[in-house]
Design a binder for this molecule. Structure first.
Ligand code: PLP
Length: 388
């Protein structure tokens, strides 16, 4: 039988991450020692008390049914956490929705609000799940370039009037992946005004809210008027190293939350209850876990950024997230440079153009290896002609 795929699948080619993973396997088979700085997955465990809470509740046979939704105690924990960390008041009954990692929410959100042909404003470069969700919705992305001269914030005035009129949704992400920029309150205020003027829903992805160095990022929902126009996505993946648990949440506008809940209640039966219990423990934590995590990433950042400067590759030091967004040396495309780095130094990074056309000329380097391995990566760069 011939298997034919749907038209939608045309949008889902092999991802660059798969291609890089295959090239990495080939290199390892050939006997090369590869340092992989291309993934965005934390390499640390969750806090031990989170693992213990999970282990305890996994033993409870009453917690193996469908959960359907987030339990009340978890919604309360999110509400308390947002108040404590971001000075934001969130009503636990109608302003919170649990998702199976923010990815689940991100890929399903566009189809709740956009019809075929509607435009969705996205950061360019931006996290790859945004494009996936837009493709599933049959909508069309409109990239808002993130340029160095604008501190990597989208220029709302540069969006043509007809695009503003047709847009249903704007996706933002600060601190961002792959561009580790921070938003300002002034920028978020402009966004809210823009959203009201054109009736555009705002989705702010705040997955890196706890990974910052010098300056604490602001929650979009903390800005006056934000709840009227949008929602914020957050996740326990990066803040508590719980990426494999698949647990995230959306907070903000109750009408938007209810609409997404309507879709979600037709898609899945909720999160495993022991994972919800573990998340409650994480969110209630007032120990220095997050602070220590930030310190570790900061040390890694400094080793890498200073080391790269020593080998003649000057890159901007990120203020937040777990990535360095580095301009490739003159004369290279993102892809050429990535391949040469693998071939000459055995180091894998992600070419910036994998995240959108405005990512051309950059690579994303993940702070996802130990200080020792990052130091080793720098040493390897010293010995190759690529950066000379
Ligand atoms: C910007 C951004 N948003 C969302 C996600 C997805 O996170 P989660 O594990 O909550 O699905 C990631 C994961 O890397 C990310 O970088």
């Amino acid at each position: 039988m011939e298997i034919t795929l749907s038209h939608k699948m045309i949008e889902f080619g092999e991802s660059i991450f798969n291609k890089l993973a295959n090239y990495k396997k080939q290199k390892i088979r050939e006997g090369h020692d590869i340092i992989d700085l291309s993934v965005g997955s934390p390499d640390f465990p969750p806090p031990s008390f989170v693992i213990e809470t999970l282990a305890t509740h996994v033993q409870d046979p009453s917690l193996y049914g469908y959960s359907l939704t987030g339990i009340d105690e978890l919604h309360s924990a999110i509400s308390e956490y947002y108040l404590r960390r971001f000075d934001v008041s969130v009503k636990k009954d109608n302003e919170v929705l649990m998702v199976m990692g923010s990815q689940d929410g991100l890929v399903h959100f566009p189809m709740v609000f956009a019809n075929t042909g509607d435009l969705i404003l996205v950061p360019d470069p931006g996290y790859t799940a945004y494009a996936a969700g837009i493709a599933l919705a049959g909508a069309t992305p409109y990239g808002m370039p993130l340029k160095e001269e604008n501190q990597f914030l989208p220029d709302l005035d540069a969006i043509p009037e007809d695009v503003c009129q047709k847009a249903k949704l704007m996706i933002l992400n600060f601190p961002g992946n792959p561009v580790p920029a921070l938003a300002t309150e002034c920028f978020f205020k402009q966004v809210i005004e823009f959203a009201k003027k054109y009736s555009i829903i705002i989705l702010h992805d705040f997955a890196y809210s706890e990974l910052y160095f010098e300056e604490k990022p602001i929650s979009f929902i903390s800005v006056d008027g934000a709840k009227e126009v949008g929602v914020e996505f957050n996740s326990l993946s990066k803040s508590f190293n719980m990426a494999g648990c698949r647990i995230g949440y959306i907070i903000g506008n109750p009408e938007i939350i209810a609409a997404v809940n309507r879709l979600k209640s037709n898609l899945d039966y909720g999160l495993f209850l022991p994972i919800q219990k573990a998340a409650i423990a994480a969110l209630h934590d007032t120990s220095s876990f997050s602070e220590n995590l930030r310190e570790i990433y900061k040390k890694r950042r400094d080793i890498l950024v200073n080391g790269l400067a020593e080998v003649g590759w000057k890159v901007e030091s990120p203020k937040a997230s777990m990535f360095v967004w580095a301009k490739v040396p003159i004369g290279f495309t993102s892809t050429d440079f990535t391949i040469r780095l693998i071939d000459e130094a055995g180091i894998i990074v992600t070419p910036g153009n994998a995240f959108g056309p405005s990512g051309e000329g950059y690579v994303r380097i993940g702070l996802v290896q130990s200080e020792e391995i990052l130091g080793k990566a720098v040493q390897r760069l010293k010995g190759i002609p690529l950066l000379k």
